[in-house]
Design a binder for this molecule. Structure first.
Ligand code: NAD
Length: 264
């Protein structure tokens, strides 16, 4: 894959630390020759992201809180200043109040519903709109989603509803930006141990269940998610847009666990 993305510029949003899915994606894009710019949310994470960016030879590391429109505007103004144009946008951002990632979905508060929707779903639309202005030669936008969007996963609750909205946005954005040669896709990843993942109650049970019952009998790595992102970001997937691509060891095809996976 060396050189597959040479001359391309990617903005990677959502690295919190070296366990982040966005970090796996950044590494894969960088290994294929892309130049990477990073954003981080808040100075505490900035301290972690800067040395990671350095590892990939990147010196564009910008603060961005997607809940704050002025912050988003500042980020893109700064990026435009540095680069002028952009080829790839990676959106690996999600948030919901931890207290509502347990128990019943029915008990979700209005306040957390709105906040979860804005940060985890609407931010993608807002970021694609800004990124597209910097993509005169077409490009690729990729977001991260989870199978809790279409099927009920215990405790995923309002985040599942937000992921459903995010996946629908992928399809609408694909239609809006297709004529400009901008492809919009989502990766639906299986459970990964990250900061965000740890916010979901009984996350360990989800990892263990996946490991036992997915067709590949294991969870996925951030490098595997990075590999699929590289495909979606490059001309290898030139004819693909509006898709939700599963990178989940095949878990999504399962209805009932295979009796053989129930034997210890
Ligand atoms: P992570 O905690 O490493 O990354 C989540 C990121 O979202 C962090 O960098 C955080 O700073 C950022 N974020 C939250 N609120 C923000 C805001 N207001 N402004 C800007 N950034 C904000 O966890 P991750 O698991 O790598 O999550 C990345 C994406 O992958 C999320 O959309 C998540 O829902 C999705 N995903 C995760 C899993 C999993 O099991 N970990 C599975 C499928 C999809």
């Amino acid at each position: 894959v060396a050189g597959l993305l040479s001359g391309k510029r990617a903005l990677v949003m959502g690295v919190a630390n070296n366990h982040s899915i966005a970090w796996g994606v950044a590494r894969a894009l960088s290994a294929a020759g892309a130049e990477i710019a990073f954003t981080y949310q808040g100075e505490a994470l900035g301290k972690r992201v800067r040395p990671l960016a350095e590892q990939l030879g990147s010196d564009i590391v910008l603060p961005c809180d997607v809940e704050d429109l002025a912050s988003v505007d500042r980020t893109f103004a700064a990026l435009k200043d540095k680069w002028g144009s952009l080829d790839i946008l990676i959106h690996a951002i999600g948030f919901s109040n931890k207290n509502e990632l347990k128990g019943r979905y029915a008990d979700t508060s209005r306040e957390n519903f709105s906040r979860t929707m804005v940060i985890s779903a609407f931010s993608f639309t807002e970021l694609v709109r800004r990124a597209a202005e910097m993509m005169p030669n077409g490009g690729a936008a990729i977001t991260l989603t989870y199978g809790g969007s279409t099927r009920v996963m215990p405790n995923y609750n309002v985040m599942g509803v937000a992921k459903a909205a995010l996946e629908a946005s992928v399809r609408y954005l694909a239609v809006d930006y297709g004529p400009q040669g901008i492809r919009v896709n989502a990766i639906s990843a299986g459970p990964v141990r990250t900061l965000a993942g740890a916010g979901i109650a009984d996350a360990r049970l989800m990892y263990d269940f996946q490991r036992r019952h997915a067709p590949l009998r294991r969870t996925v790595t951030i490098d595997e998610i990075g590999g699929s992102a590289l495909y979606l970001a490059s001309e290898l997937s030139g004819g693909v847009t509006g898709e939700v691509h599963f990178v989940d060891s095949g878990y999504n095809i399962i209805s009932m666990p295979d009796p053989r996976s129930l034997q210890v």
